[in-house]
Design a protein around this ligand. Structure first.
Ligand code: THU
Length: 133
């Protein structure tokens, strides 16, 4: 992934984080997902009083992009205010894998650090099978 794209996605995720609705955990997350045509879709975590109904920033970004008709993606950035960059939760990894098994994942924090991963390294042995067989 080229550095310019990494920067663009981190900046977009940082802006998306401002919209997080996280009154319960007070842990705001921003995500930005790039489609194969270069369009970028933002997401932030949206919590609920019934905690289990919370949706992570990564899935909000992905579902927004899919609802806009996009099906293929190249990279995702997430931004948190943590001492070290964090990686997407397991549930989000599987959901991202559905559309983009070869996705680049950029984990970044507000201190300017970032780490680059592939979704394949974050989710080895993903659930992947032909249900008709
Ligand atoms: N969260 C995300 O948005 N993405 C992740 O990958 C991990 C966790 C959110 C869910 C919840 O609103 C808060 O962070 C604390 O878990």
């Amino acid at each position: 992934m080229i550095e310019e794209t990494v920067r663009k996605l981190i900046e977009s995720a940082r802006a998306a984080r401002e919209s997080a609705y996280a009154p319960y955990s007070r842990f705001s997350v921003g995500a930005a997902l790039m489609a194969d045509d270069g369009d970028v879709y933002q997401g932030s975590n949206v919590e609920n009083l019934s905690f289990g109904l919370t949706v992570c920033a990564e899935r909000v970004a992905l579902f927004s992009a899919v609802a806009a008709g996009k099906r293929d993606f190249t990279g995702l950035a997430l931004v948190t205010d943590t001492p070290e960059p964090v990686t997407p939760c397991g549930a989000c990894r599987q959901v991202l894998h559905e559309f983009a098994p070869d996705l680049w994942v950029v984990s970044a924090n507000l201190r300017g650090q970032h780490k680059l991963f592939t979704l394949r390294e974050l989710l080895p042995y993903s659930f992947d099978t032909d249900l008709s067989k």
